[in-house]
Design a protein around this ligand. Structure first.
Ligand SMILES: Cc1cc2nc3c(=O)[nH]c(=O)nc-3n(C[C@H](O)[C@H](O)[C@H](O)COP(=O)(O)OP(=O)(O)OC[C@H]3O[C@@H](n4cnc5c(N)ncnc54)[C@H](O)[C@@H]3O)c2cc1C
Ligand code: FES
Length: 285
């Protein structure tokens, strides 16, 4: 069992768990993920490492409630435990001295891009971060990203905080400004990573994205996470999750992510029928 040493609610539906996992903490690197199983009958879901503390023996994940398993996870609180944690999995993000690196993130991925930004910073890069949210109430970890960034741009879709619009607008402006941008790292919803890659392509700026296809084992055996990159089939769990965004077949990825929509919806309904959801905050008060 892996104990939840700390739960924090970053927004109403995005939560942070600090988990006691000394062996994982020892090996964790930026860009890697863990596969979590809540209990013996639980589904296995991948979550990216948002932080780790080798001395304390803890890892941190940040997750957004989207379906049954993430909603079930959100009923747990500080002091509770989860059954299994496998990892660290996936290849770490390639860190080097590139020059100027633009880190683009949206939603829960703000937390997952922070360790990458720190590693890039430590390698001597100038860090420009662009973080995007739907509205002001969903903004979190602004301070964490500000600390590591030489420049920070915040956007909200409705303009309630920072600049109005989506992350690709300031990204396009930076590219058009004539400044030398050496690398873009874009992490977040698939549509955001796709359009970040579409934006950078005409400028020839290499763009790394962290793909999130459905995964099961996370170790290259089931084939579930297959994606097409540069015309070749790759397994995101072992060949990635980072890939060159200009080479990803985005339409195929998005189609595969939607394969089980009916089953996912039914799964939430069955879970709600079997165990009516507690009021927000009740289960982990
Ligand atoms: C490498 C990787 C890292 C990820 N890191 C994070 C993270 O740090 N924080 C976070 O909030 N989310 C992360 N995700 C996405 C997260 O795994 C899914 O949101 C979660 O599995 C949804 O499960 P569910 O039962 O709550 O929702 P469901 O209703 O089952 O699914 C909702 C959507 O989530 C996706 N999904 C469902 N099952 C899986 C699965 N087993 N593997 C991958 N995607 C799935 C599908 O697109 C699906 O349509 C990551 C995904 C990958 C592949
Ligand atoms: S998740 Fe099974 S091969 Fe990648």
């Amino acid at each position: 069992m892996y104990k939840i040493a700390l739960r924090e609610d970053l927004t109403p539906n995005i939560h942070l768990f600090k988990l006691v996992a000394p062996m994982l903490a020892k090996k964790a690197e930026a860009g890697q993920f863990v596969v979590v199983r809540i209990d013996e009958k639980g589904e296995r879901i991948p979550l990216t490492l948002a932080d780790w503390d080798r001395e304390e023996g803890t890892i941190t994940v940040v997750f957004m409630e989207v379906g049954k398993t993430t909603r079930k996870l959100a009923t747990l609180g500080t002091g509770d435990s989860i059954a299994n944690l496998a990892g660290p999995l996936g290849l770490p993000t390639h860190i080097d001295k590139f020059g100027t690196v633009v880190c683009v993130a949206g939603g829960f991925a703000i937390a997952t891009i922070v360790p990458i930004a720190w590693a890039m910073k430590a390698a001597g890069n100038h860090i420009i971060s662009i973080m995007g949210f739907r509205n002001k109430d969903l903004v979190f970890w602004e301070d964490q990203l500000r600390q590591v960034s030489d420049e920070l741009i915040i956007t909200t879709d409705d303009g309630s905080y920072g600049r109005k619009g989506v992350v690709t607008v300031p990204l396009q402006e930076l590219l058009e400004s004539g400044r030398k941008i050496d690398l873009v790292v874009a992490i977040g919803p698939t549509i955001m990573m796709k359009f970040s890659s579409v934006t950078t392509r005409p400028f020839g700026v290499k763009t790394i994205v962290s793909l999130n296809p459905i995964m099961v084992d996370g170790t290259g055996m089931c084939g579930c996470c297959r994606v097409e990159v540069a015309g070749q089939t790759r397994f995101a769990c072992v060949d990635g999750p980072d890939f060159d965004g200009h080479e990803v077949d985005w339409d195929l990825l998005m189609a595969r992510q939607r394969i089980y929509l009916d089953e996912e919806k039914r799964s939430v309904e069955l879970w709600e029928e079997a165990s009516p959801a507690p009021a927000k905050g009740e289960a982990h008060a």
